[in-house]
Design a protein around this ligand. Structure first.
Ligand code: LMR
Length: 398
């Protein structure tokens, strides 16, 4: 038959954990796999600001007709301001524009196809390690993938090795940088490090593609945008993928944007014509609901302030979970060994646990995390930190 030769591929390494966790009957299980935020009740809540905006949409929305290839202009404007800052000269000079995409992942795929079609022959440089889907998206688009070191085998950020590798990258290649809350490690560059990366990007004439999926989860909404704004102000051309999945809690509504910063307003129009064309072949026009919610929130000072408070609450809870876990590991003599969990930023911690230890945690303690040792700190139940610490201590025993 026609399909006989089709084999099976392994399931997604991150999404597969959701299923395995759901099927585990152990009531003491821990879900530290996929990057979703959970509150004190263990729920991934819909923010109040989102609920209010949705109600407004139900009451006032008059049509479900298609939106254009770039999405709703109100969303595009709002997201550019959120990312670049409302006072960015790029906005007044009309050199920055957003294309609405199905989530940050959609923005990455759009940028990958854009690179393949409009910058043929350019490779992309990804951090080692990076979010595994970065690897597959660029490969699927036919873009050559190379890696720059980011975290060494000692589980420490290695900026010197990163800069050395980027210094060897072919001129004109694309370098993907994580704006904040690096996925999977949680190790972020300092301001000084960012300036040094900028120097290399400039001297090698690289195209920066900044993946900005966790705005507000590191040091704050404005603070997390610092690196992106540094690059956008210093360089004539920057690509930015922005996600509203985490900070607006809109995971399943697939809401994101590819923001292009171009040298001139006229060139931006050229590039956007290409993006609309590529998007038409990928998903035609983007889904509307999540973007309409975001535009409603960011366009209303009261809703925006409520939302910013809700993001801050999530950020602070994650920070507390980080220090709480380090403290809970203290009685086991492991504070020093896991001190990096308190230094890392965002949802994820590269714990340094080996794949074997991760397997033991899953098999014997129903603790689910990615094989690489990445734990979603935002999924920890704060009332059971001691239990989690005990499980970790047990698999760390020689
Ligand atoms: C993650 O890394 O867990 C998140 O970005 C969710 C995903 O799509 O993988």
């Amino acid at each position: 038959m026609h399909f006989d030769a089709i084999g099976r591929v392994p399931g997604d390494p991150i999404l597969g954990l959701m299923e395995a966790y759901a099927q585990d009957p152990n009531p003491r299980k821990f879900d530290l796999g996929v990057g979703v935020y959970k509150d004190a009740q263990g729920l991934t809540p819909i923010p109040q600001s989102v609920k209010l905006a949705e109600q407004r949409l139900v009451d006032r929305q008059t049509t479900k007709t298609y939106i254009g290839g770039h999405g709703e202009s109100a969303f595009g404007k709002a997201i550019v301001e959120l990312v670049l800052g409302a006072d960015s000269p790029l906005i007044t000079e009309q050199r920055a524009g957003a294309t609405q995409t199905p989530g940050g992942t959609g923005a990455l795929r759009l940028s990958a196809d854009f690179i393949a079609q409009c910058l043929p022959g350019r490779g992309v440089w990804l951090s080692n390690p990076t979010w595994p889907i970065h690897e597959t998206i660029f490969a699927a688009a036919g873009v050559k993938v190379s890696h720059y070191p980011y975290v060494g085998s000692d589980n420490r950020l290695d900026v010197e090795a990163m800069l050395a590798a980027l210094n060897e990258a072919p001129k004109g290649d694309v370098v993907l940088l994580h704006a904040c809350c690096h996925n999977p490690t949680g190790f972020d560059l300092s301001h000084d490090d960012w300036r040094r990366v900028l120097d290399v990007v400039r001297s090698r004439n690289l195209v920066p593609l900044i993946d900005f999926a966790y705005q507000g989860f590191g040091d704050g909404l404005e603070q997390d945008a610092w690196s992106t704004r540094l690059f956008a102000a210093a360089l004539p051309e920057v690509l930015i993928t922005s996600s509203c999945s985490k900070n607006f809690g809109l995971y399943r509504d697939r809401t994101g944007a590819l923001i292009v910063c171009a040298k001139t307003a006229d060139k931006l129009v050229d590039i956007r014509s290409q993006l609309a064309n590529i998007a038409r072949n990928l998903w035609s026009t983007p889904p509307d609901h999540g973007a309409a919610v975001v535009a409603t929130i960011l366009g209303d000072p009261e809703l925006k302030s409520l939302w910013a408070d809700e993001v801050e609450t999530m950020r602070l809870r994650i920070a507390q979970l980080r220090s709480g876990l380090v403290e809970a590991l203290e009685p086991h003599g492991l504070r020093e060994r896991f001190a990096h969990i308190g230094v890392q930023r965002g949802m994820f911690s590269y714990t340094g646990l080996t794949p074997e230890q991760v397997k033991q945690l899953r098999d014997h303690h129903s603790v689910y995390m990615v094989n690489s040792g990445r734990a979603n700190v935002a999924g920890i139940d704060a009332t059971r930190l001691d239990l989690l610490a005990e499980a970790i201590a047990e698999v760390c025993r020689p």
